[in-house]
Ligand binder design. Structure first.
Ligand code: XIL
Length: 377
């Protein structure tokens, strides 16, 4: 008897909370005031929804942390479970492919923002921040650009137009842009790209300056893979960003992509040391594209090794003074780029291909639960 009364009371309290928020949101909309409203669910609703406690995004809210993921716009359009998991677990999104040059400017000076706009709308509807990815890269360059014989001035004009148009369109709505992506080769020299050949090494600082002119508030990042630990590549990245800082180029951070293998865990002390030396230059360090691929067919130990790597990298980020962003390159194995790109590898993400949370997901939850919440003065 008492039990059913308590349940009834809990249901009534939930309905009351829900109705109260509905009235408040309607009033806010009517008056056109304030930022996008956030709905708070009572414990009963949370329990019914997941049956397993707070989600990553709910936990990240208590930390000063962006926990993000790359979004596949096709999946976003057609897969309801994909949308639900995305909305529940992340407070930041980035486009896996739809903000790359060939997508945004498929023909000279003809821009197609349709897909990127859909992502921006989803993010706004769900109070998510957005990282922009990416303005200057040697890949995803359309044929019209590769096949022409540009003079240096012409190529500079193409790049300036692209950057200013794209960054300008989303001015004020992007927390961080990957301005230059993967410009350094694995041996530490500047990668031989259409931009280096056509413009010379200055293309890097030009790109940052143009992006800054178009959106002075956005954080501007250099983003790369393989330079997470202390090694020749991260030394070269360090030298590059140090020289940019010395020239007063508007650069605010370095993205550590973190595409790694479950059988080769990055050394947390080295990643921490690398983040710290970037911090000494006044730069942020962000984990921008993490996935942990497993050799196929997988063995039972792989999932827990993978979970340990996700866990230790999130911990490393939270412990660093200059890391407030942790992004995975997709979230469900159903849509990961890994099997298509690394033959014989897969299962790299934190949900399986049927959206079940993997040990990696739970390990991230545990880190966020156990990390002390920053105090606000
Ligand atoms: C990848 C996408 O995931 C694939 O779908 C696409 O075919 C190729 O690009 N580093 C980056 C990302 O900066 O843009 C890449 O994304 C993965 C490696």
């Amino acid at each position: 008897m008492l039990r059913s009364k308590l349940i009834l009371l809990a249901v009534l309290a939930c309905v009351g909370l829900w109705l109260g928020q509905g009235v408040a949101i309607a009033a806010q909309n009517l008056l056109g005031q304030g930022t996008a409203p956030q709905v708070h669910h009572c414990a009963l609703v949370r329990w019914l929804r997941l049956g397993s406690g707070p989600t990553l995004a709910e936990l990240a809210r208590g930390q000063d942390l962006y926990v993000g993921t790359a979004v596949n716009l096709k999946a976003l359009g057609r897969d309801r479970r994909y949308r639900r998991r995305l909305a529940q677990n992340f407070n930041l999104v980035t486009a896996e492919n739809d903000m790359k040059l060939e997508r945004l400017q498929p023909r000279p000076n003809q821009f197609d923002f349709s897909q990127a706009d859909r992502l921006m709308a989803f993010a706004a509807d769900h109070q998510m921040a957005v990282r922009g990815h990416t303005l200057v890269w040697h890949r995803a360059v359309p044929d019209w650009l590769v096949q022409s014989d540009w003079s240096r001035d012409e190529l500079m004009a193409v790049l300036e137009n692209h950057i200013k148009t794209v960054v300008g369109r989303y001015r004020g709505q992007i927390v961080a842009w990957d301005v230059v992506n993967e410009a350094i080769a694995d041996d530490g020299t500047l990668r031989d790209t259409i931009w280096l050949r056509g413009i010379g090494p200055d293309y890097i600082e030009m790109a940052f300056r143009w992006a800054h002119e178009a959106d002075p508030e956005a954080l501007l990042m250099y983003n790369d893979y393989g330079g997470e630990e202390m090694n020749a590549k991260s030394d070269a990245i360090y030298d590059l960003v140090q020289s940019l800082r010395a020239k007063n180029v508007p650069i605010h951070g370095v993205g550590l992509q973190m595409h790694v293998q479950a059988n080769a865990a990055p050394n947390p002390q080295e990643v921490a040391a690398n983040m710290s030396r970037l911090g000494d230059l006044g730069l942020q360090a962000q984990i921008t594209e993490m996935d942990v691929r497993i050799r196929q067919p997988s063995s039972p130990d792989d999932a827990s090794q993978q979970a340990n790597i996700y866990q230790s990298m999130l911990q490393t980020c939270l412990q660093a003074e200059n890391c407030n962003t942790f992004v995975t390159w997709g979230f469900s194995d159903r849509y990961s780029w890994v099997p298509g790109y690394f033959e014989g590898w897969g299962e790299a993400l934190i949900f399986d291909d049927d959206y079940r949370a993997k040990p990696a997901y739970h390990s991230l939850v545990e880190v966020l639960k156990s990390h002390p919440t920053p105090t606000t003065d």
